[in-house]
Write a protein that binds this ligand. Structure first.
Ligand SMILES: [Zn+2]
Length: 269
């Protein structure tokens, strides 16, 4: 008795199941054909006679090809027996469309297709409901009149709208985190700006975060503690202005911030 669970019966399979199997088998066939061609060409180029190695590879490719062909036959026969059904193919590139077949005039001979076997036997309306405006209007002239085409209701459109919303949320979250750390939540890249004089040149410095403002004040307090007067890189007018800005941001006073900076500087020593 034959084991019917090992070999599925095409007459009991859905079009999608049959096409999925055929897609695998036809891929296997293609691969075996290419291998066969490669080793046959290689053999003739060398000596005209295949080496033992080539001969083995050729024999294996022939056996693979025969096996795939033999297995595909009953599925192909079932497709014919049922009068065929609609098949859909997606062009494998960004902005690629869904076509009726792999010979659409809008495509090139080298175009790579993906066979959408899940859509086997479904009508155009179901395909458009899923793929929307990705439906090729040469293959499916009625597609633009169908629900899903360009109206944002297709599965793909809804999916990309969701992904877009998710990206926007993540972006807003990152911005909120940055604003929480910023000296000026309204202008996270800005904050406190002052001019640093080095020799006869002036450089604009910007302190953008609460952390950087505190670190600057600590550095300034440390220089002051050296007792050698005002350090040129940490002028007192800049220090006091920064302490004002920081205090306003944190709801403290400039005196609080300067005292805290002096404490942090003392700890460093
Ligand atoms: Zn097309």
């Amino acid at each position: 008795m034959t084991d019917t669970t090992a070999t599925p019966n095409p007459t009991e399979m859905t079009p999608a199941e049959i096409d999925a199997r055929l897609a695998d088998l036809w891929t296997a066939e293609d691969r075996a054909r290419q291998t066969l061609e490669f080793y046959s060409r290689q053999a003739t180029r060398r000596t005209g006679e295949p080496s033992a190695w080539d001969a083995r590879a050729i024999a294996k490719a022939e056996a693979d090809l025969l096996a795939a062909r033999t297995e595909a036959e009953p599925y192909e026969a079932e497709f014919k027996a049922r009068g065929g059904w609609l098949r859909y193919f997606l062009v494998n590139n960004s902005g690629g469309h869904v076509h009726r077949g792999m010979g659409c005039s809008t495509c090139y001979p080298s175009t790579q297709y993906q066979w959408l076997t899940d859509l086997a036997d479904c009508d155009e309306a179901a395909m458009v409901a899923e793929y929307g405006e990705m439906a090729c209007t040469v293959c499916f002239p009625a597609a633009p009149t169908m629900r899903g085409f360009g109206d944002g209701t297709s599965t793909l459109a809804r999916y990309s709208a969701e992904a877009k919303a998710e990206r926007a949320n993540a972006k807003a979250e990152r911005a909120a985190k940055k604003a929480a750390k910023a000296l000026d939540p309204e202008d996270v890249e800005g904050g406190f700006t002052y001019a640093e004089r080095i020799g006869d040149r002036e450089f604009t410095r910007t302190i953008s975060t609460i952390h950087a403002a505190k670190a600057w004040l600590t550095d300034a307090a440390e220089r002051d503690a050296w007792g050698q007067g005002e350090h040129p890189a940490y002028p007192h007018d800049v220090r006091d202005a920064l302490a004002d800005v920081l205090a306003a941001r944190l709801g403290t006073t400039a005196a609080d911030e300067l005292a805290a900076a002096a404490k942090r500087a003392a700890k460093r020593r």
